[in-house]
Design a protein around this ligand. Structure first.
Ligand SMILES: Cc1ncc(C[n+]2csc(CCOP(=O)(O)OP(=O)(O)O)c2C)c(N)n1
Length: 681
């Protein structure tokens, strides 16, 4: 590349882009870690995007109608930090840039949502950003259809690298965007042919242009260092009625000795080489020094959107008051006033009717009453709508000609669905929930983890939650999945026992602001165990005494979901033998953990033997069995110790020994001092 010619052709552009390059080079060198080459290679594209196209106001980063910029190639975080600093985002100070990747700095190794304004999502796990962006674009469409173009009319821009496009989740995302003609989604592909191990061609020969086109995208191919071509491509992309991928041919680590090599991908720390690169760029100032005229040119870009933002505020203020309130309430993640009363009335009705229902069917009944009073919910399923029971009559289907539809047919794309739901939650104004089989938590897991890390309240509806699903067999029967979700920090795992607990779980999931929820629901029918109506949400305490011991309390049975009725049946057997037995329903461990010591002690006092019953693996149960005043030699577990099998549910429960009689026997053995270690504990 002839850098001198590039600089001479567009001197103003060149100095702005070089400010990004120099800051990235300096910050990575100072941290002695990070990725220099990608920000250096994509600086031209980012500069044109921010200077000429992105609608934003650095002094008002939360403006709801701003364009969203997503750095899917999160390892290039210094590109984003440099942009935010240069354009004048208040919290992205030069100090923060200097402290790149250091303890306490907002400039984390990869961009983390919540660390700084302007970071729209956490990226780093490749492919997540581009998959999130589908949800951002869908949320924009839904909101535009709901509130009108005058108040919702923005684009979603993504910078994605070869790694993002190689990850499987990108295929799910790309095909969804194409199918739904998400024309306000624009992906800029950093087409530099370099990954960590070497050239992309080591491991891939995909025709990316053909791939996107076949999925229904418009594709524009450009030289990613030519500002005129970048500008023209972005202008054309905004006019397209399809999503657009702009393939930007770039040089990783442009102008550095490591240019066009995989060495250029990582941390460029050689001081001499870095000095030579700066000389080649014509950059004369010291480390972290941006010439005043260049900084003020960038700040002018940061202020470019002020008028548009003010005009938007005026338009917003002219919207009818009711609409404004709903808009603001949904963005603030506040629940509608009617929600609590609606759930209470439903609980009363159901505790009287006491239906025998699978909790997935209970869930549908709950959603039938909640969705009409909570217009911000957006439901969906990964091609299991009839099994997940996620669709209610009032939602309407999101489609090209019905953008106000609130139900998404995600297709067989669990990972893409989970990631796009995160994108919707991050966009704001909508509350996404989506379903698949609990076993396929595995397929959605990377996005579920990021929801927890980002502190966003995505709701994952996981039905067919145990061997209780029966004949589909061990490929579909989750055994370790409750443990995996419970092991994830900042995640509420709800496993309700009946319709009442299901309603309470939904109320909790849909009022969270910073915690995602997993709803673990059965395929098989369950008795109503809460036949006495209580206005209070007992699930909010995580665990509670469902049936207390009569006479001296000698045993405590702890169970969740479908096994609560087994615990109650075991209690009947034991009480008939004069063994006072308490049953504790534990629909949400994490909420129980949050209760104070006095409450936990009341529910789980020391003394009696304890048996936990759950049709999953034991992992995690020890906390409740012999933490919390319990004793190892006085505790036992009735559940799964291996994978399930293909047979009717009733047979499986018998064969795997998850029965009332087996539970009662375990209690008798423990009371007789015949404790035995469980297999594989
Ligand atoms: C899911 C995931 N797998 C692996 C990595 C580790 N990783 C970080 S960057 C990278 C290579 C990405 O190549 P590319 O997107 O072409 O980036 P560039 O070399 O252009 O900077 C890898 C494998 C990751 N961050 N996320």
């Amino acid at each position: 590349m002839d850098l001198k010619a590039l600089a001479a052709a567009h001197p103003d552009h060149w100095s702005k882009a070089t400010a990004i390059r120099a800051l990235a080079l300096d910050a990575v060198a100072a941290a002695n870690s990070g990725h220099s080459g990608m920000p250096i290679g994509m600086a031209d594209v980012a500069t044109v995007l921010f200077e000429k196209h992105l609608k934003f106001d650095a002094s008002n980063p939360d403006w709801p109608d701003r364009d969203r910029f997503i750095l899917s190639a999160g390892h290039g975080s210094m590109l984003l930090y440099a942009l935010l600093h240069l354009t004048g985002y208040e919290d992205m100070t030069l100090e923060q840039v200097k402290n790149f990747r250091q303890w306490g700095a907002i400039t984390a190794g990869h961009p983390e949502y919540g660390h700084a304004k302007g970071i729209e999502t956490t990226t780093g796990p490749l492919g997540q950003g581009i998959a999130n962006s589908i949800g951002f674009a869908m949320a924009e469409e839904i909101q535009r259809a709901t509130y009108g173009k005058k108040v919702v009319d923005h684009h979603t821009y993504v910078i994605a690298g070869d790694g993002c496009l190689m990850e499987g989740v990108s295929q799910e995302a790309i095909t969804l965007a194409g199918r739904h003609q998400l024309s306000k989604l624009i992906v800029l592909w950093d087409n530099n042919n370099i990954t960590i191990d070497g050239p992309v061609t080591l491991s891939d020969r995909t025709d990316q242009v053909g791939r996107f086109r076949s999925a229904g995208w418009e594709v524009i191919e450009i030289d990613g260092h030519n500002p005129d071509e970048i500008d023209a491509a972005l202008t054309a992309a905004k006019k397209s009625d399809q999503p657009t991928m702009i393939a930007c041919k770039t040089h990783i680590a442009l102008g550095h000795a490591a240019q066009d090599t995989s060495k250029g991908h990582g941390a460029l720390t050689n001081a001499d080489q870095n000095a030579e690169a700066k000389a080649a760029w014509g950059w004369k100032t010291g480390p972290f020094e941006v010439p005043a005229d260049v900084k003020s040119a960038w700040e002018a870009i940061g202020a470019r959107g002020i008028d548009a933002r003010r005009a938007w505020e005026e338009r917003f203020d002219r919207m009818p008051r009711g609409k404004r309130e709903t808009f603001n309430r949904a963005y603030a993640l506040d629940a509608p006033k009617k929600l609590s009363a609606t759930v209470k009335a439903f609980k009363k009705q159901m505790s009287e009717a006491a239906p025998k229902l699978a909790t997935r069917a209970s869930s549908e009944k709950v959603l039938e009453v909640i969705n009409p009073v909570m217009p911000e919910t957006v439901g969906g399923s990964a091609d299991l709508t009839g099994s997940n029971n996620t669709k209610t009559s009032d939602l309407g289907v999101f489609d090209v000609d019905s953008r106000d539809g609130r139900y998404v047919y995600w297709g067989i794309r669990e990972h893409g669905m989970a990631s796009a739901m995160n994108g919707m939650a991050l966009h704001g104004g909508v509350r996404p929930y989506g379903g698949t089989f609990m076993c396929f938590t595995d397929y959605a897991r990377p996005a579920m983890r990021l929801a927890a890390l980002m502190k966003i309240p995505t709701v994952f509806v996981m039905t067919h939650d145990s061997i209780g699903l029966g004949e589909d067999g061990p490929t579909h029967q989750p055994v370790e999945h409750l443990a995996i979700s419970r092991a994830t920090p900042n995640t509420y795992v709800f496993r309700p026992a009946d319709t009442i607990e299901t309603a309470e779980s939904w109320e909790l999931a849909l009022t969270q602001k910073q915690t995602p929820s997993v709803l673990s629901l059965t395929r098989q029918g369950l008795q109503t165990v809460r036949t006495e109506h209580k206005n209070k949400n007992l699930t909010a305490q995580g665990a509670y005494v469902l049936a207390d011991a009569e006479g001296k309390r000698r045993a405590i049975l702890m169970a969740t979901g479908s096994e609560v009725e087994i615990a109650l049946a075991a209690r009947d057997i034991l009480q008939a033998e004069g063994i006072g037995t308490r049953v504790v329903s534990m629909p949400c461990w994490e909420l129980f953990e949050e209760q104070d010591e006095a409450y936990r002690k009341r529910v789980l006092p020391g003394g009696p033997v304890r048996v936990a019953i759950e049709a999953g693996v034991r992992f995690g149960w020890d906390r409740w069995l012999f933490g919390e005043r319990g004793k190892r030699e006085k505790s036992g577990f009735v559940g799964m110790h291996d994978f399930g099998a293909s047979a009717p549910a009733g047979t499986l429960y018998q064969e795997f020994g998850i029965t009332a009689e087996a539970t009662a026997q375990k209690v008798r053995d423990l009371l007789d001092g015949k404790w035995q270690p469980d297999p594989r504990t």
